[in-house]
Write a new protein. Sequence first.
Length: 378
Amino acid sequence: MKMKADVAVIGGGVTGLSIAYNLAKQGIEKVVVLEKRYLGAGSSGRCAGGIREQFSTEPMIKLARKSLDMYEKLSDELNFNILFRQGGYLFLAFNEDDMSEIREHVRLQNSLGVGSRIVTPEEAREIFPELNTDGMVGGAFNRRDGIAFPFPVVWGYARAGERLGVEIRKFTEVRDIIVENGSVKGVVAGEERIDCDFVVNAAGGWSKKIYEMAGLKSFNTPVKHEILATEPLKPFLEPMIVNISAGLYFNQSMRGEIIGGIGTHSEPSTDVSSSFEFVKKFAREIVRLVPKIRGVKVLRQWAGLYDMTPDAQPVLGETEIEGFIQANGFSGHGFMLAPVVGELIAKLIATGKVDPLIRPFGFNRFRDGIEPEHTVVG
Ligand SMILES: Cc1cc2nc3c(=O)[nH]c(=O)nc-3n(C[C@H](O)[C@H](O)[C@H](O)COP(=O)(O)OP(=O)(O)OC[C@H]3O[C@@H](n4cnc5c(N)ncnc54)[C@H](O)[C@@H]3O)c2cc1C
């Protein structure tokens, strides 16, 4: 069997679905999303839902800022309640080196119009009174940051895309990419060949495989990241809390659960099993910071993949293969960037124009020298 599409998007996560929706919105008629499992089966359905503009490099701050602007209007745009709320992100440092990095980041953020501010341990406790500030040097707070519930964002983009004519094929694995004379000609999906001029690699932790299908060496590496949810508690925590010195982050969902993670793994792997080692490490760090949480029950734990790049920043845009477009390598930030990435990748495909916001994230930068993003937590 053979079919023809304008664009084939590989991956039914938040990135692929946002791109597909935006392509249809820009008038591209035949857009097909190919997802090997169900929508949100990758990291999009496993993430903490954090959305922030506090980053450490100018390109990331600008990109994240625009995405946060878009999140503020996303429920209306998609006609779907994504349960977005802006309780802020509170970064905390427990040593001088981390605090001086935070100071530098806030200076850069403020110079670009972000309203983050440095806080003392006492001010941090005013924001979240349950904090144990022993050993805390200080932190940074930005009230405008927030969280959304990941599944409605995935479903909202899928439904809005379908209303505009996007075709979504679940349980359809892309097995090959057809490249002739340096240009994309199509994909092999399931048992079918789909002819198309553009293929988008939005395959998250599996993006490396997709690069290789097209014959490109990939710089991306998947790394397991674990997370858990506790039993529901009365609302007592508004912001996302990040202990940058311990790699710990957590927030409270609208249902009252504490949801959070801590960096535990660094070796490349697509394994998403859960470990007791993670629960112990997370429990030790969160109880030290918020003693009130001692004795709270863990309801469930799970894991997903961070698609890491050498500078912990995404790969966005074209490659040397004409029509082979990248939207991957998001480490712990792909959920928050999906609105802006969807709009600007769609614009690139529809008009050929590379927006200045995505220009710094080109695939070739790994050959040209890089400046890494420092705040990799969710
Ligand atoms: C525990 C955890 C917490 C996180 N917290 C945050 C957070 O607070 N904020 C934030 O912004 N980000 C966070 N992230 C990162 C975020 O989840 C990801 O960056 C984002 O979801 C990436 O979305 P995506 O659509 O690019 O990839 P994914 O959601 O992984 O989707 C890729 C899809 O491609 C499909 N696929 C792969 N190969 C093929 C193939 N050959 N054919 C067809 N389909 C294929 C997969 O099945 C998958 O569904 C977190 C991640 C984890 C794991």
